[in-house]
Design a protein around this ligand. Structure first.
Ligand SMILES: [Mg+2]
Length: 186
């Protein structure tokens, strides 16, 4: 059975990270108008205050799965060996990283009950592992996959189609795209 690495943030769900930033700043940022990968850059010099503000909050509370994610993952999980591989450390605030890991764990258990908990991999460096197929919104996380699917997100929409082609990267905009590529392959 082929292995698939599936990223969590901005592939399975957007979490409520941006909503928490907006609540903290009193702002109304939308994902599509942002550029940088790290949303926490939006709080600029108020980082310490921000992490204090979100200390007790769950970044996944009320966060919905992306459309089609449940159905497609359930199908893929029957014909592939599916792993959810996700980073959980907040480098700006290591103290709440344990809570973040716990919140991710319970979110996955609740939302994707057909994936066994022993298929969760909480890590920082995804490139120390080998997978046949990689799905992630961050290019560097899919580089050493045999099949590389880049999930579209605000921070990667500027990546040139030719560049992606040269690097054998396939852009997917949603879970329906993933289904179309991976289910006929299995
Ligand atoms: Mg991600």
């Amino acid at each position: 059975m082929k292995t698939i690495m599936v990223d969590m943030d901005n592939v399975i769900t957007d979490s409520i990270f941006l909503e928490l930033i907006n609540e903290f700043l009193g702002s109304n940022y939308k994902r599509e108008e942002l550029k940088g990968y790290y949303l926490q850059e939006l709080v600029k010099d108020k980082k310490e205050e921000f992490w204090n503000f979100v200390k007790e909050r769950n970044f996944y509370e009320g966060a919905s799965l992306f459309e089609g994610c449940y159905e497609v993952l359930e199908m893929l999980n029957k014909v592939y060996d599916v792993y959810i591989v996700t980073a959980y450390l907040w480098n700006d605030c290591l103290d709440i990283s344990g809570d973040n890991l716990r919140n991710k764990y319970y979110y996955l258990r609740e939302k994707l009950p057909f994936i066994n908990s022993d298929k969760y991999i909480f890590t920082t460096n995804k490139n120390i592992m080998n997978f046949d197929i990689r799905i992630d919104d961050k290019l560097e996380n899919i580089e050493n996959g045999k099949i590389k699917l880049l999930f579209s997100a605000w921070h990667n929409t500027d990546l040139d189609d030719n560049y992606l082609k040269e690097h054998n990267v396939i852009r997917v905009n949603n879970w329906n795209d993933i289904e179309k590529i991976l289910l006929p392959l299995k």
